[in-house]
Design a protein around this ligand. Structure first.
Ligand code: ZN
Length: 237
């Protein structure tokens, strides 16, 4: 399986705390976490040529992870379209934390993807679909302290499946882990992962991301998209 971890990689350059939590940046940390015998991982970042997402790299990716925050608008539409087409052709996409506002997630959802937010909260996550492959081996409930509060209403289309619910100590709730299908591609949105916290070090969070990558991996990728005029296979008169 070939995985590409995309990160905006801007907070890493401005706030030493991010690199302290995540040596190698969020992209490097996640790549290191995911790499194993049957998963080949590469990273790509905003400041690389073509955002690190050349046609060749995108076509050679089974599952892409996306972390972005303050620079969503700096990703050229042409790159967003390239990733979008890859999802339509079967590539899996894992959308992390503040990437709820990324151009690619908004394009796939067709909604604003707005939510409520506040720094420095305590979150309790509940596994609400324990028999889902993304929840395999994950505790029924676990705490992230601190984690940024993300609250409902979260303006997304109805997810195919809701797997994790978050509750925050300000009383807010959030659909923290949910799946969508677009074209031939599987998409998982997962809420934890504020850059100055340590959610990606959490054992349950790591398990969820690893499970999600395997769940989103297509049986077949780069399925050609077409809309042909079609002759009948049977006699119709
Ligand atoms: Zn955040």
């Amino acid at each position: 399986m070939k995985v590409t971890v995309w990160n905006e990689n801007r907070h890493e350059k401005e706030n030493p705390k991010v690199l302290e939590n995540y040596p190698g940046g969020i992209h490097g940390y996640l790549a290191n976490m995911l790499a194993c015998d049957d998963i080949e991982v590469r990273t790509a970042t905003l400041d690389q040529e073509e955002c690190g997402l050349t046609k060749e790299i995108v076509e050679d990716t089974d599952v892409m992870l996306w972390w972005g925050h303050g620079a969503h608008e700096q990703v050229p539409d042409e790159i967003v379209d390239r990733v979008y087409e890859a999802v339509m052709r079967g590539m899996g996409l894992i959308v992390l934390h503040s990437a709820h506002h990324s151009k690619i997630f908004k394009k796939l959802c067709g909604t604003t993807c707005h939510l409520k937010w506040r720094g420095g909260a305590r979150e309790r996550i509940w596994t609400v679909k324990p028999n889902h492959p993304i929840a395999a081996g994950v505790d029924e409930t676990f705490v992230l302290d601190p984690e940024e509060m993300y609250g409902e209403p979260f303006d997304i289309p109805n997810p195919d499946e809701l797997i994790f619910m978050g509750w925050f100590n300000g009383g807010e709730v959030f659909r923290s882990g949910c799946t969508f299908t677009r074209g031939n591609g599987k998409i998982f949105y997962f809420q934890p992962g504020h850059e100055i916290n340590t959610a990606f070090q959490n054992e349950n969070v790591q398990k969820i991301i690893k499970n999600a990558v395997r769940w989103a991996c297509p049986i077949k990728k780069n399925i050609e998209l077409s809309c042909p005029h079609f002759q009948p296979l049977e006699k119709t008169e």
